[in-house]
Design a protein around this ligand. Sequence first.
Ligand code: IPD
Ligand code: CA
Ligand code: CA
Length: 258
Amino acid sequence: MIKSTLLQAIQAGATELKKYFNGTFTIASKATLNDLVTEADHASEKAIFSVIQNNHPDHFILSEETGAMPTASSTKWIIDPIDGTINFANGIPICCVSIGVEQEGKMILGAVYNPFMNEMFIAERGKGATLNDQKIQVSNKSDLLSSCLVTGFPYQYLDTENGPLQIFEKLIRKAIPVRRLGSAALDLCWTAAGRFDGFYEHKLQAWDSAAGFLIVEEAGGKVTDLKGNPYSPYQPGIIATNGKIHTSLQDVINGGSL
Ligand code: IPD
Ligand code: CA
Ligand code: CA
């Protein structure tokens, strides 16, 4: 029942993305100039809420644009109505809807859908991860120097030791390819599918990673915070890899040299 609601909800959100994409829609800035929210984010969120609330009116919802709608239920839906909003607003088809379902504090289900590539990633705890119903697995690479990585940068420059630019510089100086797609949820799913060997980012919110981190884990990968501790989507840092390059990447992120 929860899984069918999830699939219905994610399709409902994606229908709104397709409706607005490359069309005219309002765009507003949030906390910083380039932290955007569009009319499509709100429409997607509304369509998703309607499906969830029709099927499970008592469930807890946490969604980027509306915030937390707490209830007494131990089932919580964690929603990013558009992940990759800047891409969306510029007509770049690298964006998606992301929904994770947490029960008793554990992520049990996650789906990420990019309607422009027609790629649906789903994971169920203990049952593996799929892309369009085909099982996916993380890559096999064990050498960081020959890995293909992906990262993202926060909307506000993070001027800290071992910050995003320092890590990026270290990797780029060794000519390691580090991509920047602009959607953390897709970064995670593409790592799960073996397109990337690893992903890291310094400052995410729960809705960016709730579904994607489970998808990586269920595809056989490893996900931790920046220090290597077990991952929680309620803290900012993330390292998600195929497992084999995890320690090497973690060392570099914590000040180690390459
Ligand atoms: C953003 C994207 C981006 C990441 C940012 C997120 P949004 O989410 O996932 O890749 O670098 O940290 O905020 O704003 O497009 O939903
Ligand atoms: Ca996001
Ligand atoms: Ca978003």
